[in-house]
Write a protein that binds this ligand. Structure first.
Ligand code: NAP
Length: 359
């Protein structure tokens, strides 16, 4: 028997779609992603990009709350085997003190649990290939069988971009990172100067976070104006340990195999002059690429690889019965709350489509 609804992806879009589909009695099957070194490297592990962030201050319904109270909430909401993933926030040496916004990883655990509570089934693997040419649709697991589905919701999100310099690749995991939250606390970054590349919200978020560890954070931006929201700009401009290097790009990452990153060579976008900056790490905050490689030739994608919605205000894709939600089809808003919103839309669209077909 084919699955009624398969959801691919486990960020806010995927879990919201699952909550709605499960409550509609569709017992959705979610492929939450594989725990592979490749996914770790690309930043596409289960629970999506929010799982790689710190405080989420703009998700409605989550004002600052006392850390201990949040710990009690987490303990009550999650089973023991999932509570361990967030326990360090509330207990032990790394426990936060006082009030704070919810952290991305705990929000994701709560969303996952909410979907499970209504009967969602979860497989911790990627869908590596799809065949949307015939119905029921076929979905091949990376490390498992091929599944059939009547409706599919793609919510695979997007991942962080890199500059593409050979020296950057050489020092990946040896000073080069696209995730301050994952790597910022490593000893090599402690009390050392660090650089963050980019001028958007992500770059400033990374830079602010890294000030906890670094002696100094240099934000390298290719223009003379930040792209980030006003409140984030203010945060960067006013922070005593963030220095913005305007009109510059990274020309080369410097270092050795033993020491890893020891500096960067910057190039002025104004006059081409070069300078070297000492640092032990370079963090990227330069935008994203949608996770759609496995969909090429199966769904209409735009020039940047995002899934195209073919009908205004609907989550319909170029294949009837396949819907998409979240960052995988949104190069514009890219917010957790908009991803969750479109996840809800996709589940409602799928439910109505299945009902129309009498399935
Ligand atoms: P973004 O807004 O697209 O910004 C990317 C930045 O990287 C831009 O400043 C861009 O420069 C720069 N850049 C791109 N390619 C580059 C290259 N090859 N070399 C050097 N610089 C390069 O991406 P984002 O910061 O990831 O944010 C994406 C979305 O998520 C936004 O809607 C943002 O508001 C949201 N977001 C929100 C929060 C929050 O509210 N807390 C946190 C993170 C992200 P130019 O400016 O010159 O184009």
């Amino acid at each position: 028997m084919p699955e009624k609804v398969v959801i691919i992806g486990s960020g806010p879009a995927g879990w919201t779609a699952a909550i709605y589909a499960a409550r509609a009695g569709l017992t959705p099957l979610v492929f939450e992603g594989a725990l592979t070194p490749d996914n770790q490297d690309k930043g596409t592990l289960p629970l999506g990009q929010l799982n790689l962030t710190t405080e989420v201050e703009n998700f409605p319904g989550w004002p600052f709350v006392d850390n201990a109270a949040l710990g009690q909430f987490a303990k009550s909401a999650l089973p023991a085997e999932r509570y361990v993933n967030v326990q360090h926030n509330y207990e032990g040496k790394r426990a936060h003190q006082g009030k704070r916004a919810a952290f991305g990883p705990e929000l994701m655990e709560f969303m996952r649990q909410q979907a499970l509570n209504f009967g969602t089934r979860i497989i911790t693997d990627d869908i590596a290939e799809v065949d949307f040419g015939k119905h029921p649709f076929k979905l091949k697991q990376l490390e498992g069988p091929t599944h059939e589905a009547l409706a599919v919701i793609v919510a695979t999100g997007a991942r962080a971009n890199y500059l593409g310099l050979p020296s950057e690749t050489r020092f990946k995991n040896n000073g080069v990172s696209a995730c301050a939250v994952c790597d910022g606390a490593l000893p090599r970054f402690k009390s050392k100067p660090l650089v963050v590349v980019g001028g958007g919200d992500s770059a400033i978020e990374e830079a602010s976070y890294l000030t906890k560890f670094a002696s100094q954070v240099y934000l390298i931006h290719r223009r003379d104006q930040l792209r980030a929201s006003k409140i984030m700009q203010q945060r960067a401009l006013e922070h005593p340990r963030i220095t913005i290097k305007w009109n510059r790009v990274v020309d080369e990452v410097l270092g050795s195999d033993e020491a890893g990153v020891t500096g960067v060579r910057l190039k002025s976008t104004a006059d081409g002059t070069k300078e070297e900056l000492e640092c032990t790490g370079m963090f990227l905050g330069i935008g994203h690429t949608p996770n759609t490689a496995f969909l090429k030739g199966q769904l209409e994608l735009d020039a940047a690889g995002y899934i195209v919605w073919t009908t205004k205000h609907r989550t319909f894709t170029s294949v009837e019965g396949v819907f998409s939600a979240g960052d995988v089809s949104d190069s514009h808003y890219r917010q957790a709350v908009t991803a969750a919103g479109t996840g809800c839309m996709a589940a409602l669209d799928a439910e109505r489509w299945l009902a129309e077909k009498g399935w």
